[in-house]
Write a protein that binds this ligand. Structure first.
Ligand code: PLP
Length: 379
C-alpha cells in the first residue's frame, strides 16, 4: 500500500513505539506521586516537555500537554476574557480556513453569546488576505487565530505580518501549528504568537496527545481544572503518549530542512508528471506551501470516484480534510478560496511524509495512470 494521507495522520516512528512500550512496562506510576517510582515517571514527563520545547524554540515551562490540537484550540477559546472593556463578549477574528472542529467550537460559542466572531477572508490561493487583516485587526479585538499551514492545501499563512498587526492593535495571536510542526521549522518564540496548538500524530507520534504553547508569563485558564501541568490542565498525565511525543519531536528536529527539501522535490515531481498526463489544477500552487502537500483536481472527475479506484489499486489519498470526507459538502477551505462547488467536489489531497520514497511516488503515479485512464478519457 502506498500511503499519501499524512496530513490526516502519520505512521508512528519505531523509536516512538519502543519508547512508549518501555514507558508502559516500566513507568506506570503516576508522575504526580511523590514516591521514587512517581518521580522517575515525572522525570520522563519533563524530558518530553524539554524535547518538544527544543523543537519549537520555546521553554519547557511554556508547554502544556493536552489530548490533541482540538483540545488545545478549545482551551484557547475557553481562556478568552468573558467581557471586553465595553462590557461586550470578546471579539475573536479567525481565518475562514481554520480546522473544521475549531471553527465549529467558535461558532457554537458565538451562538451561545460567549464571543463575537469575525472571519478573516482568504484569497484565491488560500492565503489570508493581508488587506482584510489590516482592516479587521483593530483595537478592541481580543484574539486573532490563524493557522500556520492549512491542512487541505498546505498553504502557509503570513504569520509574521499578522503578528505585527496584532501587536499594533493590542490583540493576542493564536497559531494552530498542527500541520507545520515536523514539516518545516516552527519557531514559536520568534513567530510573535502568544499561543500555539499542535498534535503528536502529525509528526510520527501517537494519537491522543498534543500541546498548547503559551508565551512566557501569559496566564491562561485551564479547560480541565486540576493540579497537573502547573494548574493549566488537570487529569493524570498520559505519560506513554507524552514520552512518544517527546521522541517524535526529537526525531522531527533531526534533518528537518533536508527532509523538507526531499519531500518538496518528490511532491513537485509528482505534480509535474501528473500534469504531463492528465488535465490538472493544483490548488495553492502559486504561493508557498508545505513541502509534503498537494491538493489538486483532475479534469472534471469527482473525488469519490477517483479515490475508490486509487484505493483498489493500492494508493491511499484523501479528499479535502479527513474530518469532512464522506460528507457531500465541498470543503470549507476551497469554498473560502472561491472555488466553484463542482470544482471543489473534485479536490484530492496527496500528503507525503519523511518516510515517502521516490519509489513510492513512482508507484503512486503508475497506479494513478492505470486507475484513471478510463475516467480521464471520459473527462
Ligand atoms: N488543527 C489542524 C490544522 C489539523 O490539521 C488537525 C488535525 O486534523 C487538528 C487541528 C486536530 O488535531 P487533533 O487530531 O490532535 O485533535
Amino acid at each position: 500500500m502506498i500511503y499519501l494521507d499524512n496530513n490526516a495522520s502519520t505512521r508512528p516512528a519505531p523509536e516512538v513505539l519502543a519508547a512508549m512500550t518501555q514507558c508502559q512496562q516500566n513507568h506506570w506510576a503516576n508522575p504526580a506521586a511523590r514516591h521514587a517510582a512517581g518521580q522517575a515517571a515525572s522525570r520522563l514527563l519533563e524530558q518530553a516537555r524539554a524535547q518538544l520545547a527544543q523543537l519549537l524554540n520555546g521553554k519547557p515551562r511554556q508547554v502544556v500537554f493536552t489530548s490533541g490540537a482540538t483540545e488545545a484550540n478549545v482551551q484557547v477559546l475557553h481562556g478568552l476574557t468573558p467581557r471586553d472593556a465595553g462590557g461586550e463578549p470578546p471579539l475573536l477574528l479567525m481565518s475562514g480556513i481554520e480546522h473544521a472542529a475549531f471553527l465549529k467550537a467558535a461558532q457554537l460559542r458565538e451562538a451561545q453569546g460567549l464571543l463575537r466572531l469575525q472571519l478573516l477572508p482568504v484569497d484565491a490561493q488560500g492565503r489570508v488576505s493581508l488587506d482584510a487583516a489590516q482592516a479587521l485587526i483593530r483595537p478592541g479585538v481580543q484574539l486573532v487565530s490563524v493557522m500556520a499551514a492549512n491542512n487541505e492545501t498546505g498553504v502557509l499563512q503570513p504569520i509574521a505580518e499578522i503578528a505585527a498587526l496584532c501587536r499594533a492593535a493590542g490583540a493576542l495571536l493564536h497559531v494552530d501549528a498542527t500541520q507545520i510542526v515536523g514539516r518545516l521549522p516552527f519557531d514559536f518564540t520568534g513567530s510573535g504568537a502568544d499561543l500555539a496548538s499542535l498534535s503528536a500524530h502529525k509528526l510520527h507520534g501517537p494519537k491522543g496527545i498534543g500541546a498548547l504553547l503559551l508565551r512566557e508569563n501569559l496566564a491562561w485558564p485551564a479547560l480541565l481544572p486540576g493540579a497537573q501541568e502547573r494548574g493549566r490542565r488537570g487529569g493524570t498525565a498520559n505519560l506513554p503518549a507524552i514520552v512518544g511525543f517527546g521522541v517524535a519531536a526529537q526525531l522531527a528536529g533531526q534533518n528537518l530542512s533536508e527532509a523538507a527539501l526531499r519531500q518538496a522535490h518528490l511532491r513537485d515531481a509528482f505534480e509535474a508528471q501528473l500534469a504531463a498526463r492528465l488535465p490538472l489544477r493544483v490548488f495553492g500552487a502559486d504561493v508557498p506551501r508545505l513541502p509534503n502537500t498537494s491538493c489538486l483536481r483532475i479534469g472534471a472527475l469527482h473525488a469519490d470516484a477517483v479515490l475508490g479506484r486509487l484505493e483498489r489499486g493500492g494508493l491511499i489519498a484523501a479528499s479535502g480534510a479527513a474530518c469532512s470526507s464522506g460528507g457531500q459538502q465541498a470543503s470549507h477551505v476551497l469554498r473560502a478560496m472561491n472555488v466553484a462547488e463542482a470544482e471543489a467536489q473534485g479536490a484530492l489531497r496527496f500528503s507525503l511524509s519523511r518516510d515517502t520514497s521516490a519509489e513510492d511516488i513512482a508507484a503512486a503515479l503508475q497506479i494513478m495512470g492505470e486507475a484513471l485512464a478510463p475516467l480521464a478519457q471520459a473527462a
